[in-house]
Design a protein around this ligand. Structure first.
Ligand SMILES: Cc1c(Cl)c([N+](=O)[O-])nn1CC(=O)Nc1ccc(S(N)(=O)=O)cc1
Ligand SMILES: [Zn+2]
Length: 258
């Protein structure tokens, strides 16, 4: 009865065990670009800024519903909608499709990208740990980066080259190489949409300030194929591990660009 992405345990069934699935600030959402509000004061006053320390080794985990890189260094995200609070990078992971025409969780005017990378941070200015922050309304901040097929992303190679060794759910490995999370971001980190939302998988806690960059990043076909060869906790190919957009309800999406 574990949640997943199949017909029997997928997003349409999550409300049974996690009633917040039908809550007021669920994620992902479809970003309707014409409805997003440009808000210079809140966002313009202090630009979003990342200050990540490169990882000296890369800790990868197949957690049964995605491939995750656990962060050990003290990387910080602040500014923009986060104000002065410092959010610490905890982990990053991805969502993707079985084919290039689907896989992202957020959509832009209904357009789905092939994949979406999530850099998950917790509010270290107000809380003592990720677990302490995960259920607080201002506890988490997640950077959403759209992935589109194109040239290979060099910084992602350490993950895509090792998916073959992380095939089964629960598999973990440490790769003795450095990784700078800054190099996973698009070149333009000034243009983004932001709104208040939730974790996109159970327990679906409504604790996330979402920051979704407008500019996608390119991964090669081979790098996307590597993700699709992972195996999930039910022994199936880990593919289409994305939640479709939830209702916007009484929320406004803000944007930093005109
Ligand atoms: C609920 C919880 C606790 Cl508490 C802990 N912990 O270590 O203390 N870990 N988790 C799991 C977790 O983080 N889930 C998570 C789900 C979706 C996303 S997503 N796609 O980015 O919205 C990010 C994370
Ligand atoms: Zn995610």
């Amino acid at each position: 009865a574990h949640w997943g992405y199949m017909t029997t345990n997928g997003p349409s069934t999550w409300g049974k065990d996690f009633p917040i699935a039908n809550g007021e600030r669920q994620s992902p959402i479809d970003i309707v670009t014409t409805a997003a509000e440009y808000d210079s004061d809140v966002l313009g006053s202090n630009a979003l800024s990342t200050n990540y320390t490169p990882e000296s080794e890369v800790k990868l985990v197949n957690n049964g519903h995605s491939i995750m890189c656990q962060i050990t260094k003290k990387g910080v995200l602040t500014g923009g909608p986060l104000g002065k609070d410092e959010y610490r990078l905890e982990q990053f992971h991805l969502h993707w499709g079985a084919e290039d025409n689907r896989g992202s969780e957020h959509t832009v005017d209904g357009k789905m990208y092939a994949s979406e990378l999530h850099l998950v941070h917790w509010n270290a200015s107000k809380y003592s740990s990720f677990a302490d922050a995960v259920q607080k309304p201002d506890g988490l901040a997640v950077l959403g980066i759209f992935i589109t097929p194109g040239v290979a992303c060099n910084q992602f190679k350490v993950i895509s080259d090792n998916c073959g060794k992380l095939k089964t759910s629960g598999a973990e490995m440490t790769v003795d190489t450095t990784l700078d999370p800054t190099l996973l971001l698009p070149s333009n980190t000034s243009d983004y949409w932001t709104y208040l939302g939730s974790l996109t998988t159970p327990p679906l806690f409504e604790s996330v300030t979402w920051i979704v960059f407008k500019e996608p990043v390119e991964y090669s076909k081979e790098q996307l194929l590597a993700l699709r060869n992972l195996v999930d906790s039910d022994g199936n190919h880990m593919q289409d591990n994305y939640r479709p957009p939830a209702a916007l309800k009484q929320r406004k999406v803000k944007k930093t660009f005109t």
